[in-house]
Design a protein around this ligand. Structure first.
Ligand code: AMP
Length: 249
């Protein structure tokens, strides 16, 4: 089985995102960028399936500017066999990402496609679902467990109030949730080895995909500053304030 994993270069999860002064977008100037954390989990899962002897090849794909090569090298240092960069300086929204991934999948013919459940920059949680719909493939989203079973996949999904288990036929799309696994640390020798792994570059035009943005960002703003709390002397005052000031009871 060949596995393809989508890895997005996103603002690092430790960085506090700030809007640009004109409020037109999040300010990414001089901001640390890393692999989207849910994609690290997806990469880890692909490697584990391969290490268990159930995958012949693992491929990471990233769509974005030249710097996405770093993201692909990280995936390769974790253990993925090779990388594909679909290089573009255009803004790539979820529908465009899904269309580009579909074109790469048609070339590469993987049986399993892993993505993160969401990218922490746009928090869209759309690409995996759109990709499965465009391909007409089954999907297991919010996965917290993936097991090969009866020539297909058994995916445990995190849903409100519990876990749902679904059986999927291959080929399939799976998106990773936080508890699927704990990604490994990348070791220095593997970073060196990753530099020698193949990294191909394609363009959006070569793939014949229209990536024109369909959504317009109207405004990026800080959340309103929170007001400080107060201490109340007793329960009666608390109830009074909840009823008459906050009007929540
Ligand atoms: P989103 O729908 O934007 O929340 O993204 C969900 C997932 O789709 C991410 O975790 C990635 O696995 C994948 N994805 C989205 N955009 C890209 C991109 N530009 N390059 C590679 N993968 C992407």
């Amino acid at each position: 089985m060949k596995i393809l994993v989508a890895v997005k270069r996103a603002i690092d999860y430790n960085v506090k995102a700030r809007p640009k002064a004109d409020g037109s977008a999040v300010d990414l100037a001089n901001v640390k960028m890393s692999m989207n954390p849910f994609d690290e989990i997806a990469v880890e899962e692909a490697i584990r399936i391969q290490e268990a002897g159930n995958a012949s090849e693992t491929i990471a794909v990233s769509i974005g500017p030249k710097q996405c090569q770093e993201t692909l090298r990280t995936a390769m240092a974790m253990g993925v066999d090779r990388g594909i960069l679909v290089e573009t300086d255009e803004e790539i929204q979820p529908l465009a990402a899904a269309k580009v991934l579909k074109a790469v999948i048609e070339k590469e013919q993987p049986e399993l496609v892993l993505l993160g459940k969401q990218a922490i920059d746009d928090d869209s949680n759309q690409t995996g679902q759109m990709l499965a719909a465009l391909l007409g493939w089954p999907q297991g989203t919010f996965a917290c467990g993936v097991a090969l079973a009866d020539g297909g996949l058994e995916v445990r999904r995190e849903i409100d109030g519990g876990i749902q288990t679904v059986k999927l036929k291959l080929p399939a799309v799976v998106t990773s949730d936080l508890r699927l696994n704990e990604p490994r640390y990348v070791k220095l020798p593997n970073i060196m080895k990753a530099k020698k792994k193949p990294l191909d570059t394609l363009t959006v035009d070569e793939l014949g995909v229209d990536v024109t943005p369909r959504l317009t960002l109207l405004k990026a703003a800080e959340p309103p500053a929170r007001q400080g709390g107060i201490k109340v002397p007793d329960v009666a005052t608390l109830v009074d304030k909840l009823r008459n000031e906050a009007k929540v009871i």
